[in-house]
Design a protein around this ligand. Structure first.
Ligand SMILES: [Zn+2]
Ligand SMILES: [Zn+2]
Length: 288
């Protein structure tokens, strides 16, 4: 009898501890969410007015001295921290393209990895071997082995599950999607949001909706892989229309967007369509 009473008390204690941990984690998350909204409501003088986006890695050709290869990587200069979004698939191509573009690995402070696929993470090791002390934003769902490998190369790892602030005016959408989990980068400029995607596996429309909801601001540009290679023309037309309805002003599909999607976006956006390939540099002047 006494033994079963002790057992029941122990069970109740365990349930209590689990409840307490759950409640405190939930309130911490909603606190972070409030901070993010408060920050995004600051006057536009604090927002990014000048920005460079250098396409370091892409399968679409643009400059003859750079090698196009399957994957995506884009350097963001002009925000509080210099960020490399994705690392392409091959470290030696990444480093060679960076050198040709005058990018010193030392200037990169933060790496954000959109998702685990090799064409976005394959260049990371070579980069970490060039410079230690970088911060790598991964997803919480990335394999433990991958994260441990990053840390053994002298970088610190941040695991994103819900949205996260990366530095002043730069955010992650948080882990989106089900089959392939992915995060996108959101840059809050004085003229609207720039949304940068790796492959957009969770769906490009969903990613843009999430960015808009999170910051509560209009979208100036969507750039990156839209993953529409295998999509039918009817599907792509629907997506182009949805992106228009969401008020996106400029569009720059590259990497896995597919030729058909690039053409249909071009037809719809005309002069607000930005042709992107390896070596392209997009600045705020291209978005005015
Ligand atoms: Zn992918
Ligand atoms: Zn990809």
């Amino acid at each position: 009898m006494a033994r079963s009473t002790t057992f029941i008390i122990l069970i109740l204690l365990a349930v209590g501890v689990v409840l307490w941990v759950t409640i405190s984690l939930t309130s911490e998350r909603s606190r972070k969410e409030q901070i993010m909204h408060a920050e995004s409501e600051r006057p536009s003088a604090h927002l990014i007015a000048s920005l460079d986006m250098v396409i370091v890695y892409d399968n679409n050709p643009h400059r003859e001295d750079l090698e196009p290869a399957w994957g995506f990587a884009c350097l963001v200069r002009g925000s509080e921290k210099t960020i490399l979004f994705d690392t392409g698939g091959d470290g030696s191509i990444l480093l060679a393209n960076m050198k040709e573009l005058g990018i010193d690995p030392d200037e990169i402070e933060v790496v954000v990895l959109s998702h685990i696929h090799e064409d976005h993470t394959g260049g990371l090791r070579a980069l970490l071997d060039e410079k230690s002390g970088m911060t790598v934003y991964s997803l919480a769902s990335f394999p433990r082995r991958f994260k441990a490998d990053v840390e053994t190369r002298g970088a610190s790892i941040v695991e994103v599950d819900r949205h996260a602030k990366i530095c002043e005016n730069v955010y992650s959408t948080g882990e989106l999607g089900t089959r392939v989990k992915e995060q996108a980068l959101i840059i809050h400029t004085a003229r609207g949001l720039i949304v940068m995607t790796g492959c957009a596996h969770p769906g490009i429309v969903h990613v843009v909706e999430r960015a808009k909801d999170l910051i509560g601001e209009d979208v100036l540009l969507v750039i990156g892989g839209f993953h529409l290679g295998p999509a039918s023309s009817a599907e792509i037309e629907g997506i182009v229309a949805s992106i228009r309805e969401l008020g996106v002003r400029y569009i720059a599909p590259c990497h896995c967007s597919g030729d058909a999607a690039r053409e249909l976006f071009h037809d719809e956006y005309e002069e607000n369509y930005i042709e992107v390939g390896v070596g392209s540099i997009i600045t705020m002047e291209d978005l005015s």
